[in-house]
Each structure stands twice: as C-alpha cells, then as structure tokens.
Design a protein around this ligand. Sequence first.
Ligand code: SF4
Length: 223
Amino acid sequence: MHYKLEKPISGSIGTEKYQCTIEWRNGKFISDEPEKTGGKDLGPDPHTLMLSSLISCTLVTLRMYIDRKGWDIPEIKISANMFQTVEGDKTTTIIDRDICFPGPTPPDPEKKNRLLEIAQHCPISKILEGDIKVRSFVYHEEEVEKQLKYTNDNITVVWKPEICKHSGRCVTQLPQVFDLKSKPWINMQGADTSAIIEQVNKCPTGALSYFHNDQKGSPVTEG
Ligand code: SF4
C-alpha cells in the first residue's frame, strides 16, 4: 500500500464564504461555490473538480493510447455531467461522459469501440467505479505540528507522533529502519533512501512524510 501522491492535497477555508484554498504539489488554486448556494463562483465547486478529474484523466489516457498506436486523431473533446437518484437510503450517482473526436476523419467503428474501452479503464474511472472508503482523522493543529525529523544524506523523514496510530506497518515491514526499541527509533542508515521513501509512503495515517534535503533547507535531526 502506498499513497498515489508524493505530497497530499491540502486545503483550508476561513470565514469568507465559501473560498477554499487548495494546495497541490506545484501551487495553489481557489475553489468556491456557485452564487445560488451562497458562494461567489470564484473557482470550481467540488462537483466540478470531481468531473474535471475524470475528464482530464480520460483525455490523457486516450492521448497516450492513440499516440502509442500512431493513429491520426489530432483532437479529443470530452464533456461530463452527473445526476443522482435516491431509493430509500440508497443514493446512486450516474456520471455521463461524452467523448468526441472532432478531426477531419472520424475513427472507424472498431477504433471507436477500442477507445471507449480504454476510456472506461482510465485510472480515475477505476477509482470511481471501484470500492472507495474515505477514512477521516481529526486533529488539533498543535498535534499535527509536533514533529520529529530524521535525516540521511538525501532526505529527511518527518514523524508526527500524535497522529501515529502505531499500526506497526513500518516496524514490521522495514525493521532495520523503524525500531520502537531503539533510540532514535528511526535509523536513517538502516536502508537505502528509496526503500525508506517506499515505506514512508505506506504509512496509513500520514504520520510519516519526507522531503529531499535540497528542497527545504537544512535538515533537522532528533535531539
Ligand atoms: S506506519 Fe505510520 S502510523 Fe504505523 S507505526 Fe509507522 S509511523 Fe505510525
């Protein structure tokens, strides 16, 4: 198990209705709500973001496939929308995705069918159509900010003790680095950097993270 994103997406909201600042690995953007639900429509709303994710993933997946095949399809367009039906306590969400190839020569039926299949298997489609569980953890900021750092020549591992659930995953899977009986309990010389990064990415709670030493200034070691 490891997280898809090297750096988690984070977001915050103050009292300004309903502007959220979303931070991703390479910058920030604003999301908002439409005016009819009390926002100012200054950025995409959550449903729009979700559908945008599906559209961009489908577009990229199709482009990669088409390029690999060497097919002459210069442009792909996709639009998507969704509706929900409620029966008893069960809500079903239907997402409709329309894919169009506007070039001068439309792909033949066989290619179209293949492209439809590829679209249905893009990574975000698989997520939306697979089993999804949202695990939520609640912390006070002070708890999240309390952290210890461990470093080697390349990276610094950050451990947030207050959110470590001691599920033991790191201890059992990479004991030469993570050993609760030793002090410091994280031995950065116990394995190579790539093995440590791989294990950090498997931490289920986000208690472990890392940064490359040349990206965040001087690393700090446990006192
Ligand atoms: S895997 Fe994460 S939560 Fe589990 S013991 Fe290690 S640091 Fe704590």
